[in-house]
Ligand binder design. Sequence first.
Ligand code: DGI
Ligand code: FE
Ligand code: FE
Length: 199
Amino acid sequence: MKELEQIRREIKKQLDKYRYHHTLGVMYTAAALAMHCEISLEDAMTAGLLHDCAKCIPNDIKIELCKKYEIALTETELQNTALIHPKLGAYLAKSEYGIEKQEIIDAIAYHTTGRPDMTMLEKIIYVADYIEPGRGEAPNLPYVRKLAFENIDQAMYKILDDTLEYLNTRGGVIDPMTEKTHRYYKNLTQEGGILYGTS
Ligand code: DGI
Ligand code: FE
Ligand code: FE
C-alpha cells in the first residue's frame, strides 16, 4: 500500500481546489472518528483521502471508464451521474492507488448511499463526508457533528433522513440503496433497537 503522503500528492492533481480541500477535511475528520471508535487511523485516513478520487472526472468520461473496466451501472446511476463516482472511485483506488484492503475499497464504494449493516470504517467515511468542517449548507449540522461522536448509528440515521428529505423536496431520483440504508438505520436506532430497546 502506498504511503498516505504519496497518495495525497497524487490525489491533489486529480481534484479541483474545492474537492481537494473537502478531501483533506474528510481525511482528518475520519481520523478523529477513528481515534474515538478505536479503529485503524491509517485505514480511515486512506479511505478519506480517496473517497472522492473519481469525482472530478467529466461525466461522459466516467461512463466511458465504467464501460472500459466493466463496472456495471444501474439505471439510477445512469440517470444521476453524481452517483457513479463511488463505484468508479473504488475501482481506481485499487488499480491506480494500489489499495489492497477490501474494507477501504468498500468504504469508498458505499460512501454516498451507504448500505445496511455497515462496518465501522464505512460509517466513519459516510459520516465524515457529511460533517467535515468545510461543509456548511446541510440542516442540523451542529447536532449531527455532536451525535457522530456519541452514537454513530444515530448519526447515520439522521444524515440519511435529512438527505432523503432534501432529495424529495428537490425531486431527485433516489437510489434504492439509500432507501434501504435509511430503513435499516431507522429500525436499528428508533424501534426496539439500541436506543429504545426493552432489554
Ligand atoms: O461527493 P460528495 O459531494 O462529497 O458527497 P456524496 O458522494 O455523499 O454525494 C452527495 C450527494 O449525493 C448529495 O447531494 C446527496 C446525494 N445522494 C445521496 N443519496 C442519493 C443522492 N442523490 C440521488 N440522486 N439519489 C440518492 O439516492
Ligand atoms: Fe462523494
Ligand atoms: Fe465527499
